[in-house]
Design a protein around this ligand. Structure first.
Ligand SMILES: [Zn+2]
Ligand SMILES: [Zn+2]
Length: 294
């Protein structure tokens, strides 16, 4: 036995010290040697404590965009979602994409540390189980085949499979990537729409009408890829909740994370039709309308 206790509380034995000296494991965050085998998310306890949860309670209930510093009543959403509802009922993110989470996801993606995918799936299940609610299957955002070939590793698939296992749900590869999602900022308005609408194809279309699906990816930045993937599933009749490990703050969100301010005029998201099954935030399938804030 190499360790006197659990991986979370490690007292290395003399043999473990020797093995560690020969094959040292290092924290993905700070690079310090870590005695624990497959330490929690590959991080030492001080680095683990630096992970910052995405501030969901002060963010739009639908797209997850950070609105301000004050806690919002359940179901409040931003103006963008009121004027142009996204194709997902909610976009849930777990942590802010910043050190040391970036190192964890880079290790997972580029060093092929599969155990991180398993641990991340477990963490996502524990954190979001209630919000995820009653879904029929877990679906990964697929990689384009050239990227999969080059990388040889599909991080969203590993993550989604682990999450599905933790939640006791089926894992389904419901999407196929037709091509990489192009950068929206480089495209004209019509091209943007086409870019999003044609990036993904749905497999087995007859299976999804009226089904709630959990769409999983590792990181979201602009949300464009998730919108494209969720849009394809939505057009096939599914109701989609999206979930990512990390979320990169936009420029205004960076400011708010440092010196938060409450956005004026945001209004409560309210469903037009469909059921409210999106979890604690009262999300809906067909879009929400503003109902006036306080
Ligand atoms: Zn560390
Ligand atoms: Zn929003």
């Amino acid at each position: 036995m190499l360790y006197a206790s659990t991986p979370e509380d490690v007292t290395p034995t003399p043999l473990a010290r020797v093995l560690h000296w020969l094959l040292p494991a290092h924290c993905l965050g700070c690079g310090e040697p870590d005695w624990r085998p497959r330490a929690s998310l590959g991080l030492c306890p001080p680095c683990r404590s630096l992970l910052v949860r995405w501030p969901a309670r002060t963010s739009c209930a639908r797209c997850g965009r950070l609105i301000g510093a004050q806690e919002l009543p359940p179901g409040y959403c931003c103006g963008r979602c009121r004027s142009a509802p996204p194709p997902f009922a909610a976009l849930l993110s777990t942590w802010t994409y910043q050190p040391p989470l970036d190192a964890v996801l880079m290790g997972f993606k580029f060093r092929r540390l599969d155990y991180l995918g398993v641990q991340l799936g477990r963490a996502l299940a524990e954190i979001h189980r209630r919000e995820i609610g009653d879904v029929a299957a877990v679906v990964p955002v697929p990689l384009y085949w050239t990227r999969l070939l080059a990388r040889g590793f599909d991080q969203a698939a590993i993550l989604a499979r682990s999450l599905a296992g933790e939640l006791g749900l089926p894992y389904r590869r419901a999407l196929r990537r037709r091509r990489p999602t192009l950068h929206q900022s480089r495209l004209a308005k019509d091209e943007r729409r086409r870019n999003l609408e044609t990036a993904f194809a749905v497999r087995d279309r007859a299976a999804w009408p009226g089904t709630r699906l959990l769409l999983v990816d590792d990181v979201t930045t602009t949300g464009a890829t998730l919108r494209a993937a969720a849009g394809a599933l939505s057009r096939a009749g599914a109701e989609v909740t999206a979930l990512t490990v990390g979320r990169t703050p936009g420029p205004s969100e960076h400011v708010r994370l440092k010196a938060p301010m409450v956005e004026k005029g945001h209004t409560r998201c309210k469903k037009d039709t469909g059921s409210s099954r999106g979890g604690a935030r009262g999300t809906s399938k067909d879009g929400w309308t503003g109902a006036g804030l306080v």
